[in-house]
Design a protein around this ligand. Structure first.
Ligand SMILES: Nc1ncnc2c1ncn2[C@@H]1O[C@H](COP(=O)(O)OP(=O)(O)OP(=O)(O)O)[C@@H](O)[C@H]1O
Ligand SMILES: [Mg+2]
Length: 363
């Protein structure tokens, strides 16, 4: 690169400044001649492409490091190539590295008007990090909408089950009760009793499903009463002893926080019941000045967390993490084979809440 700059000749001192910028700028710079042969590169271009200056300069054609321009339709296309234009101030291209990777760069290309042989200078900025961040942001947004929509739908179906089917079954049961007290023949009495029993069972089932989908206590009474009722059901169904401990006190929080914590504890409890062969499960709620901390500990078999995450067989661990992260919090799971598993969730408290505090509901 020195040769061309020196050839050009600039006011005294400017050469050194230009050379220093060329050498140290974090964007990759590449100069190509009118045939597309690379004639100069800076250090950032060497880093970005993986090729050394010697390998590139005089030895490589532009098309060997560029796999095309990105358009709205295609990720790489050579139609309307920037090289055919005198100037293109901003476009996206895909750079091909020495080790065969391809990644997006934001580029600009200018033909230097007073450079010999119509040389073009190209400036390339690595976009892979920005694109990754954008993708992650988009995925978080999407997950947020999915979780929200799922909760809304669960709420709706739960209400329908409770108020619609549940009420209808109750009316049928009342009718059957009246019928059973009337004058009925022996076989008919038995028949009505059977239907009564089936209806009562269906009613129980509808109630259980409504509760599982979304307990109304969560909205009406808050997280702790809803969890206590869930704990009773888990203890009864799985023969597990669950100890719920509230450290200090616990207030009511936003619906988003209460729902997230309910679902996280629910999933942790279900996992323990399903896989851990645990005898006991402890849940601790702690309201600190700046954050809410919930810990769920079991004394079960433990498991290899990394492997489970790699296998990605279920959605439970992923969902717990997503829910915590969506509220700006964190989710940690530690497990020791033979000793058990601990889940720790931290959710930051909104500033006003941390300052004013809430009515303590549970001491
Ligand atoms: N407390 C635990 N004790 C022992 N193993 C556990 C525990 N929690 C999770 N695991 C293991 O981690 C795996 C992944 O759990 P995760 O909740 O993500 O998925 P899942 O429960 O299999 O499916 P899903 O939650 O989607 O119904 C489980 O299959 C189980 O092997
Ligand atoms: Mg699970």
């Amino acid at each position: 690169m020195n040769t061309w700059m020196e050839e050009k000749g600039t006011p005294e001192g400017t050469d050194t400044l230009l050379q220093s910028i060329f050498a140290h700028i974090s964007d990759a710079v590449m100069v190509v001649d009118r045939n597309g042969i690379i004639v100069a590169v800076n250090a950032a271009m060497e880093r970005m492409s993986g090729w050394s200056e010697d390998e590139l300069v005089g030895n490589k054609h532009l098309c060997e490091v560029c796999v095309g321009m990105a358009t709205c339709q295609e990720e790489k296309s050579c139609v309307d190539c920037f090289f055919k234009r005198a100037q293109l101030p901003s476009f996206e291209m895909r750079l091909k590295t020495k080790d065969g990777r391809e990644y997006p760069v934001a580029a600009s290309s200018t033909t230097l008007p007073d450079a010999p042989d119509g040389k073009k200078v190209m400036i390339l900025r690595d976009m892979s990090m920005q694109q990754r961040m954008e993708k992650e942001r988009y995925q978080h947004k999407l997950t947020h909408f999915v979780i929200q929509a799922q909760e809304e739908e669960r709420k709706r179906i739960s209400r329908e089950l409770h108020d619609g089917i549940g009420q209808a079954l109750y009316s049928i049961l009342v009718g059957l009760n009246v019928l059973s007290h009337g004058k009925l023949s022996g076989p008919m009495k038995q028949h009505v009793a059977d239907i009564q029993q089936m209806t009562a069972k269906a009613m129980e089932e509808a109630k259980r499903m409504a509760l599982e989908l979304r307990p109304s206590a969560l909205d009406d009474l808050g997280l702790l009463p809803a969890l206590r009722s869930l704990i009773k059901r888990v203890e009864k169904s799985f023969g597990l002893t669950v100890d719920l401990h509230v450290h200090g006190g616990w207030s009511r929080h936003s619906a988003a926080v209460e729902t997230a914590l309910y679902r996280i504890v629910q999933e942790a409890m279900t996992n323990t019941a399903k896989y851990a062969q645990a005898r006991a499960l402890g849940i601790v709620f702690e309201e600190r000045e700046k954050e809410l901390v919930v810990t769920v500990v079991d004394d079960g078999t433990g498991f290899d967390v990394e492997q489970a995450e790699r296998n990605g067989s279920g959605l439970g661990l992923f969902g717990m993490k997503e829910r915590a992260q969506l509220l700006g919090g964190s989710f940690d799971i530690r497990s020791v084979i033979g000793e058990g598993t601990t889940v720790i969730v931290r959710i930051p408290r909104p500033k006003e809440e941390a300052k004013d505090g809430h009515t303590r509901l549970d001491r």
